[in-house]
Design a protein around this ligand. Structure first.
Ligand code: RB5
Length: 149
């Protein structure tokens, strides 16, 4: 798959570890920055990755900040994005199977690199189940439309 990745200055050290892991799994990865440890703002990178996934340049996105919270909230402001912040693999897997998430976020201050890799693997291996879940995804899209996001 073609995967977009981004972080902030707090998530930047974990990012190359995840890029290497994604490549090891056979995926193509594009890094949307930042490219230095200088303090920056997570909404910039959350939006860049989210736009690239929303316009289908990339299939999926991965975002890393201190907690994964700010960067996932930012990504979720882009129409069509369903970003999940996870610190364990069960929710990551179910977020794909039931919620068809297209961006995975996690926090470099919350989880270590091995757990992060396990979460990434579970998330990528899972598939959207459709059926009753599809209707709920349509309802989410409806909320987005009604509220002009
Ligand atoms: C940056 O200090 C920190 O707020 C950010 O990395 C993230 O945790 C926000 O949600």
């Amino acid at each position: 798959m073609n995967i977009a990745i981004g972080s902030d200055h707090v998530g930047i050290e974990l990012k190359p570890v995840i890029i290497a892991y994604l490549e090891e799994l056979g995926h193509t990865v594009e890094d949307f920055g930042p490219f230095s440890t200088e303090r920056t703002d997570y909404p910039i990178y959350g939006e860049k990755v989210a736009k690239s996934v929303a316009n289908k340049t990339h299939d999926l996105g991965v975002l890393i900040c201190g907690t994964g919270v700010g960067i996932s909230i930012s990504a979720n402001k882009v129409a069509g994005i369903r970003a999940v912040v996870c610190s364990e693999p069960y929710s990551a897997k179910l977020s794909r199977e039931h919620n068809n998430t297209n961006i995975l976020a996690f926090g470099s201050r919350v989880i270590g690199s091995e757990l992060a890799k396990m979460i990434v693997k579970e998330w990528l291996d899972a598939e959207f189940e459709g059926g009753r879940h599809a209707k709920r995804i349509e309802m989410i899209a409806g909320i987005e439309q009604e509220n002009n996001q």
